[in-house]
Design a protein around this ligand. Structure first.
Ligand code: DGT
Ligand code: CA
Ligand code: CA
Length: 585
């Protein structure tokens, strides 16, 4: 069982306890355990196989969580979760996904109106039965009906997998496939190689070292323990569905056409169609087997992808931008952008600690950033308005600033060149004012501002709210600018062009939040930011030391948005970054 599945059980427990009205700290400890497990760079299974006591060394995992993890891995079940589900119908968990319906309301609806499913809720709202309940009126009913519609749309979209879910499954599967020994080349193709934010299915391509080994490879492929169903098993192609519901296709290819197949199965479809038309104009025919002269049928390319692109008069195109959005025209002139790479990233400007809803200390976060080779890290805990995240008031943030000074001093004494920056993720209130005083904000190196409430505002009002916040001149970075949670919550309604124009005017950077559920801004907004000359900060929004690794998803998403190192705020070395941040203040 993979980390995401284990994490999901803990999220469910947290939700169920919350509906039951349990102690918020207890609820938080389960939700946090889910977050920590989901963010671990290694599989919990492998830790437990080695030594289950190792688990408790991880921040956020105590004895009770450890015991449950072990039980889940041993039996595939969690008795505690099952007990909770005997008390409360499972459908309540789904109702909780409806925006605007929190745990208190779910409990109320269940107790008073026996609402157990989303369908029950929809019927009750249509009949006008909710308006009698405390705190609910006709307006609430309308809102809930709209939210249910949004939720159903998301559910259709959610039949795809988040990048961060599909990626570890694919990587682990590739390791398994390699074990068979006959493999000479193996690549992931499709939307995963293009690092799209959601993945329909995983496409894997291999070549074999010796003839006749294909069937051995296929046998080994379908016998993977995570396989739930085998949809097809042949000598060149097999398809399976994993326990999580993710489909994986494997193709075995000849060495001579591996490049052509890789090009073809990487897509996107739109890119391939444009390439095929281009080949035609050049008197060539392109397929997953190679590039051929139309007249003679002679094969001119196929072994490598570079060869295939060269044959149609193009330089090799990075997979992330193969969407037929202008990349082919530039590849023809050899003028493709030099896309940002992970090694260009010098630091992270969005990280939480245990002061708000993170799990690690200020120093632990700094040490991990240093280990990653960063020059700087901004500590940006929540402000007081975000009560559920234990946001900081003025007194607590001042205490934290002193701690940051102390950590910086200790690092300096140890001769480590690194800057821990003083920051905040200040809440943008409903009226567009900021949740810290200008005095406090003025003392900070890095002010990240974000929306955490009233996601349902009409577009004009939401846009005005954000513009008001940016126009204070106190904000350096607007975090997760659309608020989307992939497959969970739609982006809020906002005039992104107006926000970008305002950001440009006030020298505010927009964030590409790398948290796997967010990836916000998305690829097309990033492209727009680049065109408008608005800097982008690729932040991880880390809530534990492990989350710093999420930068990988951020960087590849940035590449999908055509960003180069010069477009990225945290690709700047420290001295330049500080100048850019100061210029604002
Ligand atoms: P996904 O799986 O929905 O996230 O997206 P992809 O891009 O991985 O799509 P998939 O798995 O259906 O097919 C893999 C690639 O194969 C796709 O990106 C492009 C190529 N391909 C599939 N169907 C066609 C087609 O009808 N025409 C062309 N030119 N290419 C295709
Ligand atoms: Ca695919
Ligand atoms: Ca496929």
């Amino acid at each position: 069982m993979e980390n995401t599945e284990i994490a999901r059980i803990f999220y469910e427990i947290a939700d169920l306890l919350e509906i039951k009205g349990e102690n918020p700290f207890r609820v938080r400890s389960y939700r946090n355990a889910g977050l920590v497990i989901e963010g671990l760079p290694v599989s919990v299974k492998s830790i437990v196989e080695r030594d289950e006591r190792e688990l408790e060394k991880i921040k956020g995992i105590g004895r009770s969580i450890r015991e449950k993890v072990v039980e889940i891995l041993r039996t595939g079940r969690c008795t505690f979760q099952e007990q909770l589900l005997e008390e409360l119908p499972r459908g309540l968990l789904e109702i909780l996904r409806i925006s605007g319906v929190g745990p208190r309301k779910v409990e109320l609806l269940y107790k008073r109106l026996d609402i157990k499913t989303v369908d029950d809720l929809e019927r009750a709202a249509m009949k006008g039965l909710l308006r009698g309940l405390p705190g609910m009126g006709e307006k609430t009913e309308k809102k809930i009906l709209k939210s249910i519609e949004d939720y159903r749309n998301l559910k259709i979209a959610a039949q795809r997998f988040r990048l961060s879910v599909a990626y570890p499954y694919a990587a682990a599967y590739v390791d398994h496939i390699k074990e068979v020994g006959h493999i000479s080349q193996i690549e992931i193709a499709g939307s995963l190689r293009r690092w799209k934010d959601t993945i329909g299915d995983v496409d894997i391509l291999v070549t074999c070292r010796k003839k006749g080994a294909a069937m051995d490879v296929m046998e080994h492929f379908v016998s993977y323990p995570e396989v739930r169903d085998v949809l097809a098993k042949g000598e060149t192609k097999s398809s399976v569905v994993l326990n999580v519901g993710l489909q994986v296709d494997l193709r075995v290819l000849d060495e001579g056409s591996f490049g052509a197949a890789l090009q073809y199965f990487t897509g996107s479809k739109a890119h391939n169609i444009a390439i095929r038309d281009r080949a035609k104009r050049l008197g060539l025919k392109i397929s997953e087997y190679g590039v051929f002269k139309e007249k003679t049928g002679r094969k001119v390319a196929g072994r490598t992808e570079e060869e295939v692109y060269t044959a149609v008069g193009l330089v090799w195109i990075p997979p992330e931008i193969r969407e037929n959005h202008g990349e082919i025209e530039l590849a023809e002139k050899d003028r493709l952008p030099h896309l940002v790479e992970e090694k260009d990233i010098r630091g992270d400007l969005h990280a939480h600690t245990h002061y708000s809803d993170g799990t690690n200390t200020v120093e632990e976060m700094a040490l991990k950033a240093i280990e990653r080779g960063y020059q700087y890290l901004a500590i940006t805990d929540h402000s007081k308005a975000v009560g559920i995240a234990h946001g900081l008031d003025e007194k607590r943030i001042r205490g934290q600033l002193e701690e940051i000074d102390r950590v910086n001093q200790r690092l300096e004494q140890r001769g480590i060149e690194f800057a821990l920056l003083k920051g905040t993720e200040v809440d943008i209130r409903a009226d567009g004012t900021l949740d810290h005083s200008p005095e406090v904000l003025g003392e900070l190196d890095c002010v990240v501002a974000a929306i955490h409430s009233r996601f349902d505002m009409p577009q004009a009002q939401m846009t005005e709210r954000i513009i008001r916040a940016l126009s204070t001149g106190l904000v350096h970075i607007l975090a997760h600018p659309t608020g989307r949670l992939i497959g969970i919550r739609e982006p809020y309604h906002v005039d992104m062009e107006a926000i970008m124009d305002c950001a440009k005017q006030y020298g505010v950077a927009l964030e590409l939040n790398s948290y796997p559920e967010r990836l916000d801004l998305n690829d097309s907004h990033l492209r727009l930011a680049k065109d408008k000359g608005v800097l982008v900060s690729i932040g991880t929004d880390s809530h534990s030391v492990y989350h710093l690794e999420h930068i990988t998803y951020g960087v590849h998403t940035a590449r999908r948005g055509w960003l180069e190192a010069k477009d990225v705020l945290n690709a700047m070395p420290l001295d330049r970054l500080l100048k850019v941040l100061k210029r604002k203040g």
